[in-house]
Design a protein around this ligand. Structure first.
Ligand code: IMP
Length: 504
């Protein structure tokens, strides 16, 4: 006979946190949001940490290369969507990895005999104003000099003349040699007040460039998530169908983290795919997966599939109709709490900590805060990031307001059947699990995250904590009645911005 769980299926909005003693050291500037993403021994550090506990969903309307760059620069990661060809997904990963802080391979170069007109055309096309001059015009050719848009006047100089008459020749160019550290390179830039520093091989060929603007950028983004070679950390969604071709292509492009993207990951298909990836890449790749909503599903993915992290959530996503269509799912708070409890039990038993991601259904910042308090190590969001400038969709004006399209991976628009059907011989589904819609535009990733994370830091302080581990340990939650939810809003006043209520 079917078993019925005693607990109701609960959502985040049914809970509130009770403040704990805030000591003098509990101030926002002392808060660290660093959180693990790969499994590790209890008491040791993870081989990869995020600097903020936020990642974006593997969805066509959310995570392209611009999102990957924007989020990694804030300290999180974007899961570049897998419902596209292997080549284009790998190219997106390569774009994130080559976005640079540090040593950049020069992608705009000219020969000394090129004309100023040719140079100008290249500058306009690439947007680069500093161009190395190499003997053969390649990025690794013999270095001859450097030319910038300040070395000639577009409307005064004869654009048919050759670059070599205008460039700063090699002997006058301040440069570094391969082996120099980024710190030393930045120091040379500072000392000589230069914008760019060419780095040369011992035999005089061009190796790379270091830019002042990257240094300034890094100072402005102190939480930037970088790999050991100072490149942004990149992540990708993968599926259980073509992983044997897709994962190697992504690894070749430089991916650091993959996550099996499935609406129901409690399956032998996911286990086999994850074990295959682990066998190929060992601990060199962070491998996550899901989604599950039970202790049983969590145990399976950890013990059988050997995943680094597990995602929790079925049916809670803003564009998701899985619960209506198939009758599977669970309230996100109940699912998360059960899996966290099982994770903690597993950590005690085996001495290994498995990070947990709460995926989908976060309708506002408060719910993100409650999810973190309940023990999520990080959260995955789709709608939240679909609304930002960096999502890969165009802005559309509807009745005078600006929106962006946002659609589920299980919608007919995305046609990502591989997320919902593991059987490789299946050709598709005759029902949808997601909808297609619009969300308002809210600004840049940087702007929205600043506000959300400020609220999280403030709440952590209210609970007497400066780290996410302390936050979860200190968290005391209370279930709220419908009346107290109403009480939590404003009461008996006419709000100044009440005209916006229609939009809620
Ligand atoms: P959101 O943050 O509430 O918009 O939820 C995003 C999450 O919904 C994703 O990370 C996926 O786990 C899930 N998801 C994406 N597309 C679909 C769909 O079409 N149906 C059901 N769930 C989806």
């Amino acid at each position: 006979m079917a078993r019925i769980l005693e607990d109701l299926s609960r959502t985040f909005s049914e809970y509130l946190l009770i403040p704990r003693l805030t000591r003098r050291q509990h101030v926002m500037r002392n808060v660290s949001l660093v959180t693990p993403i790969a499994k590790h021994k209890v008491g040791e550090t993870s081989r990869l940490n995020l600097n903020i506990p936020v990642v974006s969903a593997s969805m066509q309307a959310v995570s392209g290369p611009d999102m990957g760059i924007a989020l990694a620069r804030q300290g999180g990661i974007a899961y570049v969507f897998c419902s596209q060809s292997i080549e284009s997904q790998a190219a997106m990963i390569a774009k994130i990895k080559s976005h640079k802080a540090g040593f950049v391979r020069s992608d705009s170069n000219v020969r000394p005999s090129a004309t100023l007109q040719e140079l100008l055309d290249m500058m306009k096309k690439t947007g680069h104003s500093t161009v190395p001059v190499t003997a053969d015009g390649s990025s690794t050719g013999q270095f001859m000099g450097i030319i910038t848009d300040k070395d000639f006047w577009e409307f005064e100089d004869d654009l048919a003349s050759q670059v070599q008459g205008y460039m700063t020749p090699r002997e006058k160019v301040i440069h570094g040699l391969v082996g120099i550290t980024l710190k030393e390179a930045n120091h040379l830039l500072y000392k000589h007040k230069k914008e760019a520093l060419p780095i040369l091989e011992a035999d005089g060929r061009l190796n790379s460039l270091v830019f002042k603007k990257d240094y300034v950028d890094h100072i402005n983004n102190p939480l930037e998530l970088l790999d050991s070679r100072k490149r942004l950390v990149a992540a990708a969604g993968v599926n259980t169908h073509d992983y044997q071709e897709r994962v190697p292509a992504l690894v070749e492009a430089g991916v650091d983290v993959i996550s099996f993207d499935s609406s129901d990951g409690f399956s032998e298909f996911q286990r086999d795919a994850a074990l295959w990836a682990r066998e190929q890449y060992g601990d060199g790749l962070v491998i996550g997966g899901g989604n599950v909503v039970s202790a049983e599903g969590f145990r399976y993915l950890v013990e059988e599939a050997k995943l680094d992290f597990v995602k929790v959530g079925i049916g809670g996503g803003s564009i998701c109709i899985t619960r209506e269509q198939k009758g599977i799912g669970r309230g996100q708070a109940s699912a998360l709490m059960e899996v966290v409890e099982e994770r903690n039990r597993y950590a005690k038993e085996k001495g290994v900590y498995i990070p947990i991601c709460s995926d989908g259904g976060l309708a506002n910042d408060t719910q993100l805060i409650i999810a973190m308090a309940m023990g999520a190590d990080f959260v995955m969001m789709g709608r939240y990031f679909a609304m930002t400038d960096e999502s890969p969709t165009p802005k559309i004006s509807i009745k005078g307001r600006i929106y962006k399209p946002y659609w589920g991976e299980g919608s007919n628009r995305a046609r990502n059947w591989q997320r919902y059907v593991d059987d490789k011989s299946a050709t598709g589904l005759h029902f949808e699990e997601g909808v297609d819609g619009y969300v308002p535009v809210v600004g840049s990733v940087n702007e929205v995250l600043q506000v959300t994370l400020e609220k999280l830091r403030a709440t952590m302080n209210n609970l007497g904590s400066n780290t996410l581990t302390e936050f979860t340990q200190n968290a005391v939650l209370t279930l709220v009645s419908e009346q107290s939810i109403e009480e939590g809003g404003t009461s008996n006043i006419i709000q100044v911005d009440s005209k916006f209520d229609d939009d809620k």
